[in-house]
Design a protein. Structure first.
Length: 230
C-alpha cells in the first residue's frame, strides 16, 4: 500500500494532487489544510472517502476503489489549543477510514491527522495523538492501523516515540525533513504512526507550493497480523 500525506498550506497546493497520485501510484491520499468545499469527488482514480465539515481548513482521505471499499468513516475533535480557541482553524483534527481490502478480504484503518500548531505545548500534541490512536482502535479493534499527517513535532521526537510505543504503535519518520518555511523551525513534521503494518519506507517527496513537503509511506500488513486476521 502506498499512502501520500500532504499538508496543502491553506489549500495552495491542491492543484498538485493529481500529478502526485499518478506519479507515485498512490492507493490512499491523506490531506491536511484543504478547503473541504473545493475538494473533488475523484482525484486521478482515487475516490473521496470523506472530508471534515467543521473546519476552516480541513482533512480529507481518498482511496483507490480498485483496491478498497470504505466501510466506516470517523472524524474526531481533539483537545484544543489556545490557537484553536482564538482563530478556530480546525475543530476536527483526525479523520479515520476503515477500508476493506477487496483482493485480500481483510480490513485496515487509515487516518489523516493534523496536530495543534507550534504555539501549543508538546504535552497537548501528545494528548491529541494518544486520543486519536485510541479512537482509531475503537473504529476497528485489532485492525492494522496507519495514521499519517502533520504532527507539528519537530523536537523531542524520541520522547514521543516512547509514548507511542507504550500505546502499542510505532513512530516512523521520513528520510529527510518535511518543513522548510522558517529556518529555525525546519525539520521533520510529517510522519506516520502504525500498528500491525510493516513500514517499508517513508520518503519525503519534492517540494511544491506548500511549506510542507508531501511524504510517501509504503507499507504492508505485517505477516503476523495478516495470519491473525485470516
Amino acid at each position: 500500500m502506498r499512502v501520500i500525506s500532504y499538508n496543502l498550506r491553506k489549500h495552495r497546493a491542491a492543484g498538485e494532487l493529481a500529478t502526485l497520485v499518478e506519479r507515485h501510484s498512490a492507493d490512499v491520499l491523506c490531506l491536511q489544510e484543504c478547503d473541504t468545499t473545493d475538494m473533488p469527488a475523484e482525484i486521478s482514480g482515487l475516490h473521496l472517502a470523506e472530508a471534515t465539515q467543521r473546519n476552516r481548513l480541513g482533512l480529507a482521505v481518498y482511496y483507490s476503489t480498485n483496491t478498497f471499499r470504505a466501510v466506516e468513516v470517523r472524524a474526531l475533535a481533539l483537545k484544543k489549543s489556545l490557537h484553536d480557541y482564538v482563530l478556530k482553524p480546525a475543530e476536527e483534527r483526525m479523520l479515520g477510514v476503515r477500508l476493506h481490502d477487496i483482493d485480500q478480504g481483510r480490513e485496515i484503518i487509515v487516518a489523516s491527522f493534523h496536530a495543534a500548531p507550534l504555539t501549543a505545548l508538546n504535552s497537548l500534541r501528545r494528548h491529541q495523538i494518544r486520543t486519536a490512536l485510541a479512537e482509531l482502535q475503537d473504529l476497528g479493534e485489532g485492525l492494522p492501523t496507519l495514521m499519517v499527517g502533520d504532527y507539528n513535532y519537530p523536537v523531542f521526537k524520541e520522547n514521543l516515540g516512547q509514548k507511542v510505543r507504550a500505546q502499542g504503535y510505532e513512530l516512523t519518520l521520513s528520510d529527510s525533513r518535511t518543513y522548510t518555511r522558517y529556518r529555525f523551525f525546519r525539520g521533520h513534521y510529517d510522519f506516520a504512526t502504525s500498528n500491525g503494518f510493516d513500514i517499508q519506507g517513508v520518503r519525503t517527496l519534492p517540494q511544491g507550493s506548500s511549506d510542507h513537503l508531501p511524504i510517501l509511506v509504503t507499507a504492508e500488513v505485517s505477516a503476523a497480523r495478516a495470519r491473525s486476521v485470516a
